[in-house]
Design a protein around this ligand. Structure first.
Ligand SMILES: Nc1ncnc2c1ncn2[C@@H]1O[C@H](COP(=O)(O)OP(=O)(O)O)[C@@H](O)[C@H]1O
Ligand SMILES: [Mg+2]
Length: 395
């Protein structure tokens, strides 16, 4: 009976058949209660035993298949809302799947609105921790004096306003995941305490004496360059290395334009369903405008604009006129602002500008290339060369 209990505790997936020469009904009942598959009394029939073993193996196989199916279902469910088919997003999907089942700390970087929190939630829901909580804290939004109490909890009376004992997020997220958003904004004093918690896996509530063992998986996110924070002395290097075990960057929307149509139809469906509206058609010119806009607010900005259009548009079609007036033009950046965007490259930036001018001039010249060249103040040969280089189809 002791071995049975031990096996069921350590490896509950292993089927156990008990065998004895001195069987009593009580013993048999107890063994079945403790999780034995069956109970045979000597002398026994070998054929009967074969059947019992076969049944045990079949049961184990079914159980494993069930676990497998459940996991596949969860995977489907958790990626359902993350839309994307660009190479960059595909890479992220496969990374998310790979890191879900290990407990390493993950650092997700990327501009605001690129889906960092979504990715973190997907990792959580694919992990073995998915039935426990996903707790999220925005380190930039919590007042400096309260961040430690939020993370680690506090004892009654430890500071003005601490009216009762309170568990911190590490305790709340026990067995689950903590999402530390905007980690770059965490005050340096709290960074030290966080680092210690990550190393010791223990917390002490503010004003408390007892150390509490905690088990939560950490996912951190930042829209700032943490290396810059380190250089400026605002972010601890040792904490950075502790967090940066596995890291990936969510691409800005302007760098995954091939996902635009998919995202647009995803959000259209979402808000049409929500508001009980129907949009029958979206004009190609709108997609063109969307594709040439720089989307400083990324997917979040796109989602907001679509929500607004669905709410306001009553004709059932989306055209240029449906777009918020002046939105795209008034937000136009100053030319040199691009300089400070991540991944800026002068030649490709100048190429973009040339392309734009050529397309405008050609439209103005009614498609006539000679006239286009003269509008642009370049030779016909040069224009032909550029049209080829940028593969600008005549339109
Ligand atoms: N690939 C995507 N597919 C669908 N929705 C997305 C995608 N990326 C971002 N979103 C939406 O954009 C908004 C911002 O995402 P979020 O994860 O909060 O971004 P971040 O944390 O990087 O600021 C959310 O409403 C989210 O649903
Ligand atoms: Mg966010």
């Amino acid at each position: 009976m002791e071995i049975l209990r031990h096996v069921k505790k350590e490896r509950p997936d292993i089927p156990v058949v008990m065998m004895t020469a001195y069987g009593t009904i009580n013993q048999a009942v107890e063994a079945l209660k403790e999780g034995a598959l069956d109970y045979v009394v000597k002398p026994f029939n070998v054929d009967e035993l074969k059947i019992i073993v076969a049944q045990g193996l079949e049961k184990k196989r079914l159980k494993q298949e069930n676990i497998h199916l459940k996991k596949a279902l969860r995977e489907k469910y958790s990626f359902k809302n993350i839309v994307g088919k660009s190479n960059k997003m595909r890479e992220i999907f496969s990374l998310v799947e790979k890191v879900a089942d290990i407990d390493s700390t993950v650092l997700i970087t990327g501009e605001s609105g690129t889906g960092k929190e979504m990715a973190a939630r997907a990792i959580h829901s694919l992990s073995r921790r998915h039935e426990k909580r996903f707790v999220s804290i925005n380190c930039g939004a919590v007042p400096e004096g309260l961040i430690e109490s939020e993370l680690f909890g506090h004892m009654k009376g430890s500071f003005t306003g601490a009216l009762a004992n309170k568990a911190g997020m590490f305790e709340v997220a026990e067995g689950g995941t903590i999402f530390l958003d905007e980690i770059g904004e965490m005050p340096p004093a709290s960074q030290v305490k966080l680092l210690r918690t990550l190393q010791d896996k223990r917390v002490r509530r503010v004003g408390g004496t007892e150390e509490i063992t905690v088990d939560a998986r950490i996912i951190a996110a930042s829209n700032q360059d943490l290396n810059k924070g380190i250089e400026e002395g605002k972010f601890r290097e040792d904490l950075f290395y502790r967090l940066n075990v596995i890291s990936f960057e969510m691409p800005p929307l302007r760098k995954k334009k091939e996902d635009m149509p998919l995202l647009v139809s995803h959000f259209l469906k979402k808000y049409c369903d929500k508001m009980g509206r129907k949009i029958k058609r979206i004009a190609p010119e709108v997609i063109n405008i969307f594709e040439s806009y720089s989307w400083p607010g990324n997917v979040r900005e796109l989602e907001n604009i679509i929500e607004r259009i669905v709410a306001i548009e009553e004709r059932g079609i989306i055209t240029k006129e449906s777009l918020p007036e002046g939105l795209f033009s008034s937000r136009k950046k100053h030319e040199t602002d691009y300089l400070f965007e991540p991944g800026f490259n002068l030649s490709s930036h100048l190429d973009e500008i040339s392309k734009n001018y050529i397309q405008h001039a050609r439209k103005a010249a009614g498609g006539n290339l000679k006239e286009t060249a003269s509008l642009l103040g370049i030779s016909y040969r040069t224009l032909r060369y550029l049209v080829d280089k940028y593969s600008l189809k005549s339109s």
